[in-house]
Structures are given as structure tokens and as C-alpha cells.
Design a protein around this ligand. Structure first.
Ligand SMILES: NC(=O)c1ccc[n+]([C@@H]2O[C@H](COP(=O)([O-])OP(=O)(O)OC[C@H]3O[C@@H](n4cnc5c(N)ncnc54)[C@H](O)[C@@H]3O)[C@@H](O)[C@H]2O)c1
Length: 309
């Protein structure tokens, strides 16, 4: 299949394109961000533009819609950019799939019940997708990832230019540069971690199923069988860095940020993985995934960071 991947130049998008190519599909990245020497063909476009999305749908056999404005805390003070990108972009994706009668996959978030702009806007489109399937006969499957981690996730200040701070690069960059890891709240909140390659597999299989007119009556949730607290994730990062000969660093706790709920449990209903022919016990174990990720940042991020310092 030729598959349009909106947000295909982003963290999850790149891994989805790689997984599509591994399975013999042909990814076409649709993103408003260009890149030098892209590994896959690119159509530059904005998900907020219904004509551009329809144009994409006209050229592919299916779409995986990942383009979004992220950030749980970052989108509270100014909700409009995320609300518009995520909701209008989502509607444009659904309309384009309906117009060209092509299968689609929508990505949802693990903290879908939280009242922050990001969760509200992402989850609104899950509900629109259910409406489109029921009322307009579309074939859209939805896959929720909890906290995705792995190589190539962008890095926020002071370590890089990303606008949104994600837990894994934040911890890894501090561990690799000998700095105390900062944990918001008491760190007892549970945030299931899913390796991005497992997430990509679930998303691609969900599209293959939709192409066979298998439309799930549930949202697929990708996450591990065993839950870990944020403190435990931080300890895994420290242990992985030590195993790669970096000195052990400490943890410190900062006040919780707005938009998050202290002690929240963001977990996945892993029974839904059967819909995409997966099960929690076959996912990449957290320890292996974190070692692989820390190793990737040590090789690919740390040298340029040191050069720039
Ligand atoms: N990272 C996670 O832990 C996680 C978990 C669950 C769901 N998701 C979802 O996965 C998707 C991808 O997340 P990511 O972590 O790869 O983020 P990312 O920021 O790395 O990628 C998002 C991509 O979307 C593009 N984009 C943003 N607005 C656009 C627009 N208007 N038009 C075209 N392209 C646009 C960006 O340029 C970027 O390449 C998002 O929908 C996000 O909500 C992420």
C-alpha cells in the first residue's frame, strides 16, 4: 500500500515510516516540517488545510494521522494552536478518508480522560472517528499509545530546541551529562512506557486491518503488562547510563506542573492488543528499551551537544 503518514517527520512518524517500509508498503510523509535528505518521500503540507489533506488522500491507499501539536502543560496557557491543529486537522483527516473511501488510523493518547488542552483535543477526534465509522461508513481504527519512548525523540531546553519536554529525553540527557534528574511531583505517578517501535507496529497493523475492512469496536491501547512509576523509570535510565560507563546521578523532586494529576495512573488496557495481533508479553521490555535508547542518545546526541557547549 502507498500510505500517507501525517506528522511523518516527527518522532513516532519516522518509526512508523520505517515499519511501513519494512513490511513492503510505501510511506509518503505529509508534514509542514521539511528535512534535509529525508529517508522517505515527502509531501509538504499543513494538516489544518482541508485541501492539502484531500490532496494527500487522492494520492495514497491509506493514511496514518499523527500530525499534532503536543504538550500537556505547554498548551494550557494558550489552548488555541493545539485545539485548532488537533481538532481541525483530525476532522480534515476523517473527511479526506471519507471522500476517497480509504482506510485510516488515528493515534490517541494514554491520558485521554485528563482535562488539559492536549488530551481534550486528541480525544475529541477519537469520538469523531467513532461517529464517522458509524454514520459515514469510514474505516478508521484508533490506537492509543501511553508514553512513547525510544531513539530520535526530540530534546527540549537546555539540551535541545524542542518546545515540549518529554520524560525520556529529559531524563536521559541529564543522566548522560552528569546532572541530577528532575522528577515532577513525588514520582509515584504511574506512566506506562511503550517503545516507539512497538507503537509503530500496532499503528501499521491497525491500518492493514482497516484496509481489510476490519474496523475495531474498541480503541487499541499499547502499553506494557507491568506498570512502573516515574521514579522507577528514572532509576532505569540511571542504571542504563551506569551500564554504559557514565557516572550515577541522583534524583530530585520538583513541584507538579499544571495539567497533570498527582498520583495519576496512565496505563493501557493490554487486552486490546489482540486486535492488532500483539500481546503485552511480546513488547520490548522496559530495561532493554531504555538501554537501547540511552545508547542511541550517547552516540547520536551527546557528541553534538558537547561540541556546541
Ligand atoms: N510521544 C508520545 O508519547 C505520544 C503518545 C501518544 C500519542 N502521541 C501522538 O503521536 C503523534 C506524534 O507524536 P510525536 O511524539 O511523534 O510528536 P512530534 O512532535 O515528534 O511529531 C509531530 C509531527 O507533526 C508535525 N505537525 C505538527 N503540526 C502539523 C500540521 N499542522 N501540519 C502538518 N504537520 C504537522 C510536526 O512537524 C511533527 O513532525 C501525535 O498525534 C501525538 O499526539 C504521542
Amino acid at each position: 500500500m502507498k500510505v500517507g503518514v501525517t506528522g511523518g517527520a516527527g518522532f513516532i512518524g519516522e518509526h512508523v515510516c520505517d515499519e511501513l517500509a519494512r513490511r513492503g508498503h510505501h510511506p509518503l510523509v505529509f508534514d509542514h516540517k521539511g528535512r534535509h535528505n529525508p529517508p522517505h518521500p515527502v509531501m509538504l503540507g499543513d494538516a489544518r488545510d482541508p485541501v492539502a489533506m484531500a490532496e494527500l488522500a487522492a494520492h495514497v491507499d491509506g493514511i496514518i494521522h499523527l500530525a499534532a501539536c503536543l504538550g500537556t502543560q505547554e498548551t494550557i496557557a494558550n489552548p488555541r494552536p493545539a485545539a485548532i491543529t488537533n481538532v481541525e486537522g483530525g476532522l480534515n483527516f476523517l473527511e479526506a478518508c471519507a471522500q476517497y473511501n480509504i482506510p485510516g488510523v488515528y493515534i490517541g493518547v494514554g491520558n485521554h480522560w485528563m482535562n488539559n488542552t492536549y488530551s481534550i483535543s486528541k480525544t475529541t477526534v477519537e469520538r469523531f472517528a467513532a461517529m464517522f465509522n458509524k454514520e459515514r461508513g469510514t474505516r478508521i481504527n484508533t490506537v492509543r499509545l501511553v508514553n512513547a519512548y525510544g531513539p530520535r525523540q526530540s530534546v527540549a531546553p537546555p539540551f535541545g530546541p524542542a518546545k515540549v519536554r518529554k520524560i525520556t529525553p529529559a531524563f536521559v540527557c541529564r543522566a548522560l551529562t552528569g546532572q541530577t534528574i528532575e522528577v515532577y511531583g513525588d514520582g509515584q505517578q504511574v506512566s506506562d512506557m511503550v517503545h516507539v517501535m512497538d507503537g509503530a507496529k500496532a499503528l501499521v497493523t491497525a491500518l492493514e486491518k482497516a484496509a481489510q475492512s476490519i474496523v475495531f469496536d474498541k480503541v487499541v491501547e499499547v502499553g506494557p503488562a507491568e506498570h512502573r512509576t516515574v521514579n522507577q523509570v528514572a532509576q532505569e535510565v540511571i542504571a542504563a547510563a551506569v551500564s554504559l560507563d557514565y557516572p550515577a546521578v541522583n534524583l530530585k523532586h520538583l513541584p507538579m506542573r499544571p495539567g497533570e494529576i498527582p498520583g495519576a495512573h496512565v496505563t493501557a488496557d493490554t487486552s486490546t492488543l489482540a486486535l492488532v495481533d500483539m500481546s503485552a508479553d511480546t513488547l520490548i521490555p522496559l530495561r532493554d528499551g531504555i538501554i537501547h535508547t540511552v545508547d542511541w542518545y550517547a552516540t547520536n546526541w551527546l557528541p553534538s551537544y558537547r561540541d556546541a557547549a
